[in-house]
Design a protein. Structure first.
Length: 315
């Protein structure tokens, strides 16, 4: 998942000399970078870059949060503008899109490479790319598919989506891959955010189903810990169905490889609703999906798979 490449910075050699330690004989100097934002994720990222040997300049609006990384070798800047001036590569891990503009208001971005890891929408990413270009910077947007404890732990499976300039991504690929694996998803700056939110949306749908399942056993002599492994195994077994959904969508054939057809599944809905009623559990997490299934059956074919609901969601 992770690829290595020799990198170059946009800063001049004189500036780089202030931040790059002398490399060991035969080794490649590690790219220095600036990190703005030291919440739980920012701190985890910074720690991983330091551990990989990258000279790091940091800034946070709450100065006390810089202490941990300073103790590990990071240089603390007095202001965001000073931090940006320190290095050619600038990484943002802030609260939201508004905080990006506020943080960089007084910074000179000319010649800088800005990597924005703030969670946002595809539209915000595209707007932010244009904003950065107008200020003389190159831009990559990123979507982190991990929680802080996974950062810097290769076996944890963390990775980050990146989108924007392919040339810029390749230039900094090795540095960006130090905290987590990297996945470039296209030149459109909005695609990292799009992939990020798409995967997280599916995750929340899974959590919703799990919440309903646990609610059903709430008053019974069935413990959550006994249901949990069954639930985890079942969800893992069902997950590969997304590949069939993708194939059906791309082929435009909703009957391709159908095992449990739409007509049969809609016929089974009353059982789920009645079970919820018997267990005194609200069906509100499942009802919207069941309603989409019913609507699709009205306009589609009973022999289809469930994939037809995708089109109903498009506004």
């Amino acid at each position: 998942m992770t690829h290595k490449a020799v990198e170059h910075t946009t800063e001049n050699p004189a500036e780089a000399a202030d931040h790059t330690a002398a490399p060991a004989a035969g080794s490649t100097p590690k790219t220095p970078l600036t990190l703005l934002g030291l919440g739980a994720m920012g701190t985890a990222l910074g720690r991983a870059w330091l551990a990989a040997g990258h000279p790091l300049t940091v800034w946070n609006c709450t100065a006390a949060r810089t202490g941990a990384l300073a103790a590990e070798g990071a240089t603390v800047a007095a202001s965001a503008a000073e931090a940006v001036a320190a290095n050619g590569l600038v990484v943002l891990c802030l609260l939201d899109d508004d905080s990006v503009e506020q943080t960089l208001a007084d910074a000179d971005l000319t010649g800088r490479d800005v990597v924005n890891l703030v969670t946002g929408t595809p539209g915000q990413a595209r707007d932010r790319a244009a904003w950065a270009a107008a200020r003389g910077a190159r831009y990559l947007d990123g979507g982190i598919m991990a929680v802080p404890p996974m950062i810097g732990v290769p076996e944890a499976g963390a990775y980050v989506f990146y989108s924007g300039s392919a040339e810029l991504f390749e230039q900094h690929r090795a540095t960006l891959a130090a905290p987590a694996a990297v996945r470039w998803v296209g030149e459109d700056p909005g695609y990292a955010a799009l992939h990020d939110v798409a995967l997280l949306s599916a995750m929340y749908g899974m959590f919703a189903g799990a919440a309903h399942a646990f609610a059903l056993i709430g008053e019974e002599d069935v413990t959550p810990s006994s249901l949990a492994p069954l639930l985890a195994d079942w969800l893992a077994a069902m997950a590969p169905a997304v590949h069939q959904t993708a194939a059906q969508l791309e082929a435009g054939d909703y009957t391709l490889g159908v095992v449990s057809n739409l007509g049969m599944q809609v016929a089974g809905v009353p059982t789920f609703l009645r079970t919820a009623e018997e267990q005194q559990v609200s069906p509100e997490l499942l009802s919207p999906y069941f309603e989409l299934m019913r609507r699709r059956l009205e306009v589609g074919s009973a022999g289809e798979d469930l994939v037809g609901v995708v089109g109903l969601l498009r506004q």
